[in-house]
Write a protein that binds this ligand. Sequence first.
Ligand code: CA
Length: 225
Amino acid sequence: MRVLVVEDELAMVEALTNGLTTMGWSVEVATDGLDGLWLATERTYDVIVLDLMLPGMNGHDVCRNLRKAGIWTQVLVLTSLDGKQDEADVLDIGADDYLAKPFSFVVLAARLRALYRRGTAPRPATLSAGDLTLDPFSNLCTRGGTTIMLTTREAAVLKVLIRRGGQVVSKSLILDLVWGEDFPGDPNIVEVYVGHLRRKIDRPFEVNLLRTVRGVGYQLAKVVT
Ligand code: CA
């Protein structure tokens, strides 16, 4: 099994290289994001272990660029415990799995073996609700085959609603997930963006998907098409 490790902490690089080599795996290392992207693009690996905080190019962009280039090597992202990214975040960049630092090597090895078994077939993850689709990498949105242009924030709000499949999502949860828990501005920004979304994904169409549940939050209606 060929593994690419993209990690800038040398102690971590050494530990991973030693551990994986001992298991008989072939390991190559990039210590910055640009080198990592280059190696992952030019050479063939079974699995990539990708740190997020990297010099040159961060892990989010490395992963996004790989997927954009049509490279579907399995990616396991290493996250920090203090990081605020949640699972949805990591999956949005096209990663396949993640592990929070510090982790046990035994767990990492098991996860890598599982990823290796899954192979490298293309697996675009389009989100959908009724006749609405959203590509979480490109933010390309369509409804009933019509392309809808969304800004990054609008797409982020829509992702939160689609992922919660018909549940009511509170304004404060949307605010935390899209703008961050430390957002210093006016929380009514959520209403503003829901308004933008409504104009784009609902107004031109016959059936409204986005509902306001007064005093509670918002939900995407489940539409059977
Ligand atoms: Ca790092």
